[in-house]
Design a protein around this ligand. Structure first.
Ligand code: 5GP
Length: 187
């Protein structure tokens, strides 16, 4: 009998919406696999290569693109991010669930190749709340903040217009949002 294919779950949402926290907690609680993206962005303090990201330089990234090594890739704020294809294929063939936490541009590329994946959009309770959270992170300059807010608003509009993200999880309460994502991941 053919082995059951694993489930692919794509989680997207604007910066500052809490998607990384929700994703990490959902992974810890459900034990499903999380894809490690490659990126050309430099590591932030405390980020270890191979954990949240594989940090590579632009020539290495371009070589992977040329070798068809990415399931999807995108330019986010001038840095390249991509999902290595092989680990996703292997996980799904082994019947394992895998989560990709990627931006909407990437999510739409995945939808074109794997329309049966589960697409979850994490949304803020309101735009004002998103702005408050982005400011609160304190990691961006005023200029970066304005760019991130603009991208956040556009990203939400594109995701909604695409019809790909059929599930929206409102991050009004972290625990409630994590539980909802866990149910979607294992369901
Ligand atoms: P950060 O640099 O703050 O970790 O991530 C910036 C953005 O890039 C986030 O929206 C994140 O979801 C997205 N991202 C991370 N990895 C990937 C990836 O492999 N592909 C795409 N398309 N976006 C990614």
């Amino acid at each position: 009998m053919e082995k059951r294919q694993g489930k692919l779950v794509v989680i997207s949402g604007p910066a500052g919406v809490g998607k990384s926290t929700i994703t990490r907690q959902a992974v810890a609680r459900t034990g499903v696999a999380l894809s490690v993206s490659a990126t050309t962005r430099p590591p932030r303090p405390g980020e270890v290569d191979g954990q949240a990201y594989r940090f590579i330089d632009r020539p290495a990234f371009d070589a992977l693109v040329a070798a068809d090594g990415f399931l999807e890739y995108a330019d986010v704020f001038g840095q390249c991010y991509g999902t290595p294809a092989a680990p996703v294929r292997q996980a799904l063939e082994a019947g394992r669930t895998m989560i990709l936490e990627i931006d909407v541009q990437g999510g739409l590329q995945v939808a074109a190749k794997m329309p049966d994946a589960t697409f979850i959009l994490i949304v803020p309770p309101s735009e004002a709340e998103l702005e408050r959270r982005l400011v609160g992170r304190g990691t961006e300059t005023a200029d970066q903040l304005a760019r991130r807010l603009g991208k956040a608003t556009r990203e939400l509009a594109i995701a909604r217009d695409s019809g790909v993200y059929k599930i929206e999880v409102v991050n009004d309460d972290l625990e409630r949002a994590v539980e909802e994502v866990c149910r979607l991941v294992i369901g």
